[in-house]
Design a binder for this molecule. Structure first.
Ligand code: SAM
Length: 191
């Protein structure tokens, strides 16, 4: 059942769907296999702009393929697939943004040793927070079962924990009774 709360990505999409609108400017900070890039594109449609970042060429190819299978032409004015780290997003994005999605960890089906890193993740988050419009949202799915994952999770939770509550709302959802490092969802909204 795709509506099950057990399906982390689907559950997050259901939370984000009504908060991301047609014509919006949105960012997939960790493109991976392009699931979130496609989801974001479906929300903002051809009047919006999706920026998607990954440091692996493979990820851009997987994402291009995903769009192609659905007969969506990647028009580079609307869908920007960028082979660079999310910590450099300022080089590419100058306008205010409506939403940013992060999915931490490694590329499913790809090299397990290429993972997101606490320093660059937090740098990217701080840039994203400053580019974010009022009412805009940033989401994370934190996977932390891999080597270094726990450090990244802890660093990120510490960072968001001290965001000023007059400026941001930070929501954390976790699976309390699941074993083996179940993913954590974070949603940050700019007031
Ligand atoms: N949302 C993706 C999907 O739909 O398949 C899954 C993302 S996967 C868990 C994490 C991705 O982050 C990997 O593809 C990895 O290459 C990428 N990554 C690691 N460091 C990065 C960085 N500094 N900037 C952008 N992407 C990075």
């Amino acid at each position: 059942n795709s509506k099950s709360i057990h399906r982390t990505t689907d559950f997050l999409h259901s939370l984000l769907r009504e908060r991301i609108h047609q014509g919006g400017t949105v960012v997939d900070a960790t493109m991976g296999n392009g699931h979130d890039t496609l989801f974001l594109w479906e929300q903002v449609s051809s009047s919006g702009i999706v920026y998607a970042f990954d440091i692996q060429q493979e990820s851009l190819e997987k994402t291009r393929q995903r769009f192609k299978e659905r007969d969506i032409t990647i028009d580079s004015t609307n869908i920007k697939l960028i082979l660079d780290g999310h910590e450099n997003m300022e080089k590419y994005i100058t306008q205010p943004i409506d939403a940013v999605m992060f999915n931490l960890g490694y590329l499913p089906g790809g090299a397990k040793e290429i993972v997101t890193n606490p320093n660059t993740t937090i740098k990217a988050l701080s840039i994203a927070l400053s580019l974010l419009k009022k009412g805009g949202i940033i989401s994370f799915i934190i996977y932390y079962g891999h080597l270094g994952g726990m450090e990244e999770k802890n660093a990120l939770l510490t960072y968001v924990n001290q965001l000023e509550d007059s400026k941001f709302t930070v929501l954390k959802c976790s699976y309390m009774n699941h074993k083996n490092n179940p993913p954590i969802i974070l949603i940050i909204e700019k007031k």
